[in-house]
Design a protein around this ligand. Structure first.
Ligand code: GAL
Length: 440
């Protein structure tokens, strides 16, 4: 009996001790700081077929170099970043910046610079020798107050008219006849007579797709005119070049698919690929869509500068940067090094449609469209930063510009649109901090 009692007491004591020790252990293990996960989180808006294939190729280069880092891509759909731009502003303001995010060189960076949200990365520029390999025009766009705040991944050309080559051939239209607006509209009229009522494809779901076409039309009125526009120096709503641009846009809209406001940019390109439409004005990310659809340049499709813009290279430059307070600052820098590397750029750009921002790219990796773009860039008479894609003008103006373009696409009121542009310049007048000199 006595033995049994002692045994019970021992068992109970052991159990109680186990519970207490277990509890203490559980407490320490669950509250002990966990080892930090080795991650890289990046945000971008590359979700179309060509865009996704390109960013995946860049991430693959990163993963090969840093297999131990887990990459979280957080894509936010919406061409030209029209959704991501708003999302990112609130994330950054709330102290939730990711390790890096896609941004355009130029004015789009300004609110982040003003807010002190980005780290200067001069040390990376020096260490990687980037000063020597990037063109001056691009370097200037990522420098603020004498410091580098981003690294450019590519240079897209915005002023490109894409066409379905087979359809042009079937209708006996020579692409060389499209170099002037009159020639272009003649071709549109001929196609309409021969059964293609809406030969131009355009998107418009994010407004910027419309503004993109308008921007190129404005540039066709002269680089000096465009320079005044982006420097905020236009003040006359009756300026004949402004009025003329909207008159051209009015003619243009007459041949555009009536459902443009519901389409994304890549859905518009897809109409050209399928042969439902013949033309679309879009940046050369469109080339990525032709490529994923297995189309061959100069066989199935072709491209020329937008009428009246030969010799001008309208620049759209995608960059990444290192936000302050990034959770994985070391991985952020590793990412930037890959973005700025020859290997990274030569993996991404052949798929994306852009040319590399670096001047020492391996040309053998690029297809025929980009080879000709690389030549055009070298020989360009003028470089002009895009408004719509964040570089050329203050954000306040760029966003009003989208509104003017999209209102015009539906009401086609030239006077109202000209007034709208001049008012938008006035309203943003305190935000012009840069004087572009596009004329050498
Ligand atoms: C541009 C961007 C490109 C492209 C396009 C459509 O603003 O620079 O990389 O993908 O938007 O989303």
């Amino acid at each position: 009996m006595e033995v049994m009692r002692t045994l019970h007491a021992v068992i109970i004591a052991v159990l109680v001790t186990a519970i207490i020790v277990g509890g203490i252990l559980y407490y320490f293990l669950s509250t002990a700081p966990k080892p930090k996960a080795n991650l890289l989180e990046i945000y971008h808006w590359w979700t179309s077929g060509g865009e996704k294939a390109a960013i995946d190729a860049l991430v693959a280069v990163f993963q090969e170099k840093y297999p131990d880092v887990g990459v979280i891509q957080s894509p936010v759909a919406g061409g030209a970043g029209y959704v991501l731009k708003a999302v990112m502003k609130s994330m950054v303001a709330a102290g939730e910046a990711p390790d890096s995010f896609q941004i355009h060189a130029g004015y789009e960076m300004k609110p982040y610079i003003d807010g002190g949200y980005l780290e200067p990365i001069d040390h990376l520029w020096a260490q990687q020798g980037w000063e020597e390999v990037f063109p001056a025009v691009v370097k200037d766009m990522v420098k603020w107050g004498g410091h580098y705040y981003a690294v450019p991944l590519n240079i897209h050309r915005a002023n490109v008219l894409w066409y379905n080559k087979k359809i042009l051939e079937q209708h006996n239209i020579d692409p060389a006849s499209l170099e002037t607006w009159d020639g272009f509209f003649e071709a549109c009229e001929k196609l309409r007579r021969e059964g293609i009522t809406y030969p131009i494809a355009m998107g418009g779901i994010g407004k910027w797709e419309i503004a993109h076409a308008l921007e190129q039309i404005l540039i066709s009125q002269g680089v000096d005119f465009y320079q005044d526009l982006i420097n905020g120096k236009l003040s006359d709503p009756n300026d004949p070049r402004l009025v003329n641009a909207f008159n051209i846009f009015k003619r243009y809209m007459d041949y555009v698919n009536p459902d443009y406001a519901t389409l994304t940019w890549d859905q518009a390109v897809a109409k050209v690929i399928r042969g439902e439409s013949v033309f679309t004005i879009m940046g050369d990310w469109a080339n990525g869509e032709f490529l994923v659809a297995n189309k061959t340049f100069n066989v199935d499709y072709g491209a020329i500068p937008v009428p009246g813009t030969k010799g001008v290279y309208v620049l759209v430059v995608d960059c990444f940067q290192k936000p302050k307070g990034a959770r994985h600052p070391e991985n952020s820098e590793k990412w930037l090094i890959v973005v700025g590397s020859k290997e990274g750029q030569d993996a991404f750009n052949p798929i994306k449609g852009s040319i590399p921002a670096r001047l020492d790219a391996d040309i053998n990796k690029y297809g025929p469209y980009q080879r000709s773009a690389i030549q055009d860039f070298k020989n360009a008479q003028y470089m002009a930063p895009s408004i719509v894609h964040g570089s050329g003008a203050p954000e306040k103006f760029a966003s009003a510009f989208n509104d003017v373009a999209s209102a015009f696409a539906s009401n086609r009121n030239v006077q109202e649109a000209c007034n709208g542009i001049i008012n938008a310049i006035q309203a943003a007048k305190n935000e012009y901090v840069k004087e572009w000199k596009l004329i050498p």
